[in-house]
Design a protein around this ligand. Sequence first.
Ligand SMILES: [Ca+2]
Ligand SMILES: [Ca+2]
Length: 152
Amino acid sequence: MIAVLCVAAVAACSGLRSGMPANPTAIQLEQQVRLMLTYDEDSDGVVTRDELEDGLHRQFEAIDAGHRGFLDAKEAQGENDRRSRVLGVSYSPMVDEHRNGMIDFEGFAALPRSIFDRLDRNHDGKLDQTELRLIQGVRGPAAPAPMRMRVQ
Ligand SMILES: [Ca+2]
Ligand SMILES: [Ca+2]
């Protein structure tokens, strides 16, 4: 019994360390889909790896006011606030891995990239509408589609 608890605890910790829950709930998946859709620049409902990378670079450059190649704590806070608004409960703040008060591009991009990789089930480098719809459909019976009864 104790062994089982230990294994569960380790699993939970490793999930936290990677910045994402090990087993995201349907709500968390939906929030992650919503974050990915913020990178759908041409609004065609498909998020490509290029769109993600372009968007991340653009965001990083916009936030990195001094173009120093890193975000200080204040700059990182703004992006953390934005992600928390989109991601809600599955949000995890950017971590200052080097503990030097700076977030570099890799640290900035880590969470969106890991979400993209997780959602890209067929690993073709894009999140197509099927993949995004599959995830949105995870909601299941909790939110049934309204039935229209035709009365004649
Ligand atoms: Ca697109
Ligand atoms: Ca795909």
